[in-house]
Design a protein around this ligand. Structure first.
Ligand SMILES: [Zn+2]
Length: 457
């Protein structure tokens, strides 16, 4: 999910020595404010009115928004490294998703910012798996499509990076001689927002974020915690320090955003590739780059498609499907899944999405709140599916909503809801298979947008 506030690292790696120096400043049993002030990267503090208000309480009072705080802070997880060895099961399994996500969101990927070595390393993992599975490449150069990192909607005069990144594109060929020329597309974004030059203490940060998120009712629609609420948040770190010492963290691992979607897509690819019975239509799998820089990879792919764009009958976008518990989201739970977009172009596709869910062993509770016209969060315009919808392709965007770790150093794989993540992945596999097997493509019965126009929620 894009926020438009990712940072640009200027160092190859965050030095371990820096971590040590910073951690030495962390005392025991002191207020979170005292912990956070020395630890916060100075360079990002001014970006966050909310946090400036919190740490410098004499600053002018203003209503503040936690999601803005979220953008300003960066940091690294000293998580245990999952074993990268061992075989994967052909089926969609919780063990596979867990194993894949701990690799893809590992600190060694450095936050997967598009155009960086860390992101390329993450792509290498995806391409290695596709190669092993024998999935057909569908990029310009094998699986890859080169993408210039120029925001399509960059404001005039904006500093524009001239580097490149890459989409990864693959196809599972359909089994019907006629329908195989059509595609059901599935997408996720492989990139995230990188890392910071300074570390914060992971547990302090998570405790602060958790308390702030609770203060606003775990509600993505909330205006944000008030300065008084933020000032009232005091976290005694003694109990945590008894469990483990300070863990310095500067890497935005993006386990949920969008490691969850990227690894779900890989599990889905594996399941289709190893299943002897292929759907009638072909499946187009695209790991878009630079979503976090403004849907850049999806815009590039849909403007410069490597298959006939007119033959893409639907697109399923998977961006952040690993959270959404009752603890994470107001109204959330073990069955909670947000859906956006299908009915905006095709009532029929919307119906299929619901029908397939109804047939699940344990159906999910599909939530359409964020799909409302003019919804202030603008989620419909904030992920890759829109780049397909603007060309009149019916889309469905699946999402388990914002949480306190969104765009934080604390978006790590140990906080993912794996059983639910697995059920959602299986459901999306089923939506793709069902759509690919229908005799007719989903009918477009709503007006198509102007491909060059601006997205309207
Ligand atoms: Zn994001």
């Amino acid at each position: 999910m894009a926020s438009g506030c990712g940072g640009w690292p200027d160092e190859e790696m965050v030095a371990k020595d820096m971590f040590k120096a910073i951690s030495a400043q962390v005392g025991r049993g002191i207020l979170l404010r005292q912990i956070m002030v020395p630890l916060l990267p100075r360079s990002v503090v001014p970006q966050s009115r909310a946090f400036r208000q919190f740490v410098f309480p004499t600053a002018p009072l203003a209503l503040c928004c936690l999601s803005i705080v979220a953008c300003a802070q960066q940091g690294n997880g000293s998580r245990s490294r999952a074993a990268a060895t061992g075989r994967y099961s052909p089926a969609i399994t919780e063990a596979d998703l867990r194993k894949r996500l701990f690799i893809f969101a590992d600190d060694s990927m450095q936050g997967r910012e598009a155009g960086t070595v860390g992101h390329e390393k993450a792509l290498t993992y995806i391409v290695g798996e596709l190669t092993r599975l024998g999935v057909k490449p569908a990029g310009e150069n094998g699986y890859y499509q080169r993408v210039p990192l120029v925001p399509r909607r960059a404001p005039a005069g904006a500093r524009v990076d001239t580097s490149w990144s890459r989409n990864v594109i693959a196809v599972i060929e359909g089994s019907d001689p006629t329908l195989k020329t059509e595609y059901v597309a599935l997408g996720a974004h492989s990139d995230h927002v990188g890392f910071a030059r300074r570390a914060v203490d992971h547990d302090s940060m998570r405790a602060f974020l958790r308390a702030g998120w609770e203060a606003i009712g775990r509600d993505a629609n909330a205006r944000g915690a008030s300065p008084d609420q933020l000032a009232a948040i005091r976290v005694n770190m003694d109990s945590l320090r008894k469990i483990r010492p300070s863990r310095r963290d500067s890497i935005n691992n993006g386990a949920d955003d969008d490691g969850s979607g990227s690894m779900a897509l890989l599990e889905i690819a594996e399941a289709f590739a190893t299943n002897g019975t292929k759907p009638k239509r072909s499946l187009l799998l695209v790991w878009h780059t630079a979503e976090e820089k403004g849907l850049v990879g999806a815009a590039w792919f849909t403007d410069n498609p490597t298959v006939d764009r007119n033959k893409i009958v639907a697109q399923i976008n998977i961006d952040m499907i690993g959270r959404g518990s009752a603890r994470d989201v107001k109204g959330g739970g073990d069955d909670f899944l947000t859906v956006l977009g299908p009915k905006r172009l095709s009532s029929q596709f919307d119906q299929w999405v619901r029908d397939v869910n109804d047939k699940q062993p344990r159906p999910l509770k599909l939530d359409y709140e964020f799909d409302g016209d003019g919804h202030p969060q603008q989620f419909y315009c904030r992920s890759d599916h829109y780049e397909y919808a603007r060309y009149g392709i019916p889309i469905a965007f699946f999402f388990t909503s914002i949480h306190e770790d969104y765009h934080q150093v604390t978006d790590e794989p140990q906080y993912i809801e794996y059983p639910k993540y697995t059920r959602i992945t299986q459901y999306l596999y089923d939506v793709a298979a069902f759509t690919a097997n229908q005799p007719q493509a989903p009918m477009v019965d709503k007006p198509k947008p102007d491909p060059a126009g601006t997205c309207r929620q």
